[in-house]
Unconditional design. Structure first.
Length: 101
């Protein structure tokens, strides 16, 4: 495998994003922000938060980038993701949001 093919294989893998910030939108839920490291996330995708706390299963219920609502985000995009059923205290800066396998 060439160096570029190895990089392409990593970047095209399943969705992952390191969480940079966390906040709550009253009446909507918890939003996490960050840059998508690998893969693509779509509204409705099952996800898991891994890091400082026990893994937490969730679902992406919204994707926003630069104040625009989108259906998906891909590697390299800086996004905010609305998560279903997650309390802010169960997420920490530096945790990873990944596609649920």
């Amino acid at each position: 495998m060439t160096d570029q093919s190895a990089v392409d294989a990593i970047l095209s893998g399943p969705f992952s994003m390191q969480i940079e910030d966390i906040f709550t939108i009253k009446g909507r839920g918890t939003v996490v922000t960050g840059r998508v490291a690998t893969g693509t996330v779509r509204v409705g995708d099952p996800l898991v938060i891994e890091g400082a706390h026990q893994p937490v299963a969730t679902k992406c219920t919204g994707v926003e980038m630069f104040r625009k609502t989108l259906d998906s985000a891909s590697q390299g995009d800086n996004v905010g993701l609305l998560l279903e059923g997650v309390d802010k205290q169960h997420v920490s800066q530096g945790d990873w949001l990944r596609a649920k396998s």
